[in-house]
Design a binder for this molecule. Structure first.
Ligand SMILES: [Zn+2]
Length: 349
């Protein structure tokens, strides 16, 4: 019995010894791996998006440091890191995005969505869009159709059908030097100023003026022609006289070079008084309200010099027929713009 008891006691003691040894070994291993995890340095992101490493008091390179639970990290920095992470988008990137929206690539603009687009002018649309990045697609097509990507009196084209009612004669379109309108008629004396001169005008334009003048008279308004058809030679004489007196730059603002004057078409007239003062007369106000009803439009309106090439001329009217005159007036556009949108593109299809 005693021998059996001693054997069992020995086995129990050996077991206890093994458990103790294992326990010590496990504890030392656990302590060895716990320390480096606890001292890991927190990464803090500041408001500018840069990573910074905070200086923590009491921290050291010693991985066996067991005092990590007592390290105090600044609360503000902690908040920035945990609750308000700053997305890594910089201001520069935002500006680039806006810039891309404001300056679309001319190649990507869909010019063909504009009804008066012309395939033959595609390269000019692209070039003009590059120079004018804020313009809409419609604006680009319209201005290039008006040749406003060119300087006045450059790239001049000779007018093919000078007798057309809707002929466009301006600083880009020139009448043949030997052109004389087919249907010129003498203006009756009572419809022009009494200066001893004779005036000729296109027959339809004259009849419309007579009708207009008669109706104005009924309302106490006097309308008299002071300039009508001019020959190429006479226009050359006038322009050269103005140029000699005022210089080419000034003359070009109010006088057309020969072949470029609407007066040579027989479809344009000056009324009553060739001066800016005409704007303040009852006759001008009446024309503003009624000229289109007789097929006439104010051809060189105020603030349109960059389009028409001429300063404001309250006295100069162009006959284009009632329907077109009404359309041009209702849209408050120049005849140059009307031509660019409604005539040119259809002629060239
Ligand atoms: Zn005129």
């Amino acid at each position: 019995m005693n021998t059996l008891f001693l054997r069992r006691l020995t086995l129990i003691l050996i077991g206890v010894a093994i458990i103790l040894v294992l326990g010590i070994a496990v504890r030392s291993v656990v302590l060895k791996f716990k320390a480096p995890i606890a001292v890991e340095t927190p990464i803090i992101v500041d408001v500018n998006g840069d990573s910074v490493t905070p200086v923590i008091p009491g921290n050291s390179e010693d991985t066996d440091n067991t005092e990590v639970d007592e390290v105090v990290v600044d609360e503000t920095e902690k908040e920035v890191k945990v609750e308000h992470p700053i997305p890594p988008v910089t201001e520069t990137e935002t500006e680039t995005e806006v810039e891309v929206e404001m300056k679309p690539q001319p190649e990507l603009l869909n010019y063909k969505t504009v009804s008066f687009f012309m395939d033959s002018r595609m390269e000019r649309y692209k070039a003009y869009a590059l120079d004018n990045p804020t313009f809409s697609v419609e604006e680009i097509v319209m201005k290039v159709n008006m040749n406003l990507d060119y300087d006045f009196y450059t790239h001049i084209v000779e007018i093919e059908v000078p007798d057309d009612l809707l002929v466009l004669c301006n600083k880009f379109y020139q009448l043949p030097s030997d052109f004389t309108p087919q249907n010129l008629e003498k203006v009756p004396a009572e419809y022009h100023v009494n200066d001893g001169k004779a005036y000729d005008l296109d027959r339809d334009a004259l009849n419309a003026f007579i009708d207009m003048s008669d109706h104005a008279k009924e309302e106490g308004i006097s309308l008299k022609i002071i300039s009508a058809y001019r020959s190429n030679e006479f226009q050359a004489y006038l322009y050269n006289k103005y140029k000699a007196n005022n210089g080419e730059k000034n003359a070009d603002r109010y006088s057309a070079r020969p072949g470029h004057s609407e007066h040579e078409t027989g479809l344009a007239i000056d009324i009553n008084d060739v001066s800016q003062a005409f704007e303040n007369t009852k006759a001008f106000k009446w024309l503003q309200e009624n000229a289109h009803k007789y097929g006439y439009i104010l051809r060189y309106p105020q603030n349109m010099e960059n389009i028409t090439g001429y300063m404001y001329e309250p006295w100069h009217y162009r006959y284009i027929g009632v329907e077109t005159a009404t359309d041009v007036r209702s849209k408050s556009i120049t005849f140059d713009a009307y031509y660019a949108m409604n005539i040119l593109s259809y002629k060239n299809r």
